[in-house]
Design a protein around this ligand. Structure first.
Ligand code: SF4
Length: 297
């Protein structure tokens, strides 16, 4: 599987973007000087590699190969869940244990804020800023992160304007049928450009990168089963909000080995749900797992 890191390409772009936002009696002028990667290279890379004759046998329309042996149909987030043994899926789906945590809320907030300008593409900036501010009210407990959220929003807004300018065919959280390949009724990639899935993740370290690749393979298989079009590439956007807000783009080639790993993981999770089997705890639990208290670790 080929993975190309945006940083490795060494591209540096500077965009001066002037946004006029009026709020109450204030007139704000915001200058976004953006030293992050611009996804132009992503699209160039995808275009350059799309016709390289890559061939996968495990296609979503090959129901004899990708069909499930189980009646239980997990979601993609369950197949690619963070717990190494998938005990988190067992707790949720078999024991119906639900937990929330600051990390989960943080991930939800970053997703929401990032997707907002894409979801409402074409609306004026003032309106989008209004929506952004309203969305913050649901995350009052994360006030310490609001500045970072605003930075994510501004960067995403610039990206969505570029996408609009380039007339990219983008869908936000589209409903793709998943039942045909043993998944939940619908699977929903964060973004889809044409038939290429894009998954956003809050970078917190751990095994999140590996999991996101697995999720991309699941989306690719579902899109293939639904559309009949081959999907050889997906993209992850890792968002880190530590000292500085950064987007890290990775182009992931969805080859047979990744597809097979996804199908294996799907069957393992389906078995846990169908037979109510407790898969036990891994030798090392994730530091930020929201189930730590439930699992007693
Ligand atoms: S606490 Fe450990 S065993 Fe329990 S769900 Fe989290 S990672 Fe898995």
């Amino acid at each position: 599987m080929g993975v190309l890191m945006g940083k490795d390409r060494g591209l540096l772009y500077v965009i001066g973007l002037c946004l006029r936002v009026r709020e109450k009696s204030f007139l704000w002028i915001c200058f976004v000087r953006w030293f992050d990667m611009l996804p132009r290279w992503v699209w160039d890379y995808v275009r350059a590699t799309a016709g390289d004759g890559m061939y996968a046998e495990v296609r979503g329309w090959r129901f004899d190969v990708v069909g499930s042996r189980f009646r239980a149909r997990p979601s993609i987030s369950e197949v690619a869940s963070p717990c190494p043994t998938k005990r988190d899926v067992y707790l949720r789906r078999v024991l119906h244990t639900y937990v929330d945590s600051q990390v989960l809320r943080l991930g939800r907030a970053v997703h929401e804020v990032f997707l907002l300008p894409f979801r409402y593409r074409g609306r004026d900036i003032e309106w989008l800023y209004g929506m952004f501010r309203r969305s913050l009210k649901d995350y009052a407990d994360l006030r310490g992160y609001w500045k970072a959220f605003e930075s994510v929003f501004r960067k995403s807004l610039a990206l969505s304007m570029i996408a609009e300018e380039e007339q990219m065919p983008i869908s936000v959280e589209p409903y793709i049928p998943g039942g045909a390949i043993g998944l939940s009724d619908f699977v929903r990639p964060d973004l889809m450009v044409g038939f290429m899935p894009i998954d956003i993740t809050l970078s917190l370290g751990g095994n999140s990168l590996e999991r996101k690749e697995l999720a991309l393979a699941g989306y690719a298989l579902a899109i293939e089963a639904w559309s009949g079009n081959p999907v050889d590439i997906g993209i992850t956007i890792g968002i880190s909000i530590n000292s500085d807000v950064r987007f890290q783009w990775r182009v992931v080639r969805i080859d047979d080995s990744l597809r097979r790993r996804f199908i294996e993981a799907r069957d393992d999770v389906a078995r846990i749900i169908e037979y109510g089997e407790d898969p036990g705890k891994p030798s090392q639990c994730l530091k930020m797992c929201p189930f730590r208290e439930v699992c007693g670790v």
